[in-house]
Design a binder for this molecule. Sequence first.
Ligand code: NDP
Length: 311
Amino acid sequence: MMRDTLLFYSAFDDPIAWRSALQAELPDLDVRIHPDIGDPEAVNYALVWKPPQGFFAGFRNLKLVTNLGAGIDSLVGRDDLPPVPISRLSDPGMVALMASYVLFAVIRYARDIPAFEQAQRRHEWRYIHPRALSAVKVGVLGLGELGAPAALALARAGFDVRGWARSPKDLPGVACVSGRAALDGFLADNEIIVVMLPLTPETDGLLGARELALLPAGAKLINVSRGAVVDETAMIDGLRSGRLGGATLDVFAVEPLPRDHVLWGMENVLITPHLASITVPEAAARDVAESIRRVRVGQPPLHRTDPARGY
Ligand code: NDP
């Protein structure tokens, strides 16, 4: 019997760590690291992160494509995808890292930490009376595999949490609304907004000048999904005027954020270099291997996703 073969492609992840993590799960798996492909006809599985256009042409025996991350925006709207199940990664480590980042960013605002950081630079003892966490309204846009656990973690921490998604949700302690018609009211009603939406044709530029103007004066924005979901120019205008009180940004329209970008120098902006959550090969390889086992016996893979739908 021929060995199953997996092709690994990523400019960001460590292929050797992934090969050993996958072979610890599936010792018979032949893991090939792009561009060392060998015979393309032998490739059954692809584990890819941001493959270039046309990448999939020539792999005629693929049975499964796994996106090496949560956001599948690089697989959306392309015509070279094979007609096989597409899955994504979602492991508990990734979910926990994302929730920890969101908790940190929200707590930092709720406890006025940016004001204390500024006061410290002036050697100034600036007392700001703390508010009860239950008085702080936090809105989470996107309640998926990462968004829902983050919203629940915020609710458990004591915040007044609201969530918005495409379809209705039932999350304990989180007041959920859904659909485009509910968005304006949602934005107007929350002082901290956490963006956890995938980048799709519907969400591209979703938070534009009009939407940002709906937020209460001084509201804070936390974006951990994709830069293009927020209109960067409108956001910068809002931050400059103070209408938007602050932003915590892990993702940007252009990454890496260019050295001369205006956001770097803004006092009310915290920048991190796209690492709110990452996948650790040892944990995620278990799911990739399980998906391969399932596809081998004709079952759907774990965390199946649909690039035609956008996520
Ligand atoms: P999911 O695909 O599991 O969930 C997406 C959520 O967004 C769902 O609740 C969905 O609603 C909602 N949604 C999608 N489109 C719309 C729309 N048009 N209107 C309203 N709601 C919508 O994604 P994850 O939670 O796993 O991840 C979210 C994003 O986080 C990823 O796409 C990725 O871009 C980003 N990410 C960032 C990382 C980082 O380090 N900064 C790391 C990992 C991911 P419904 O449930 O009703 O379908």
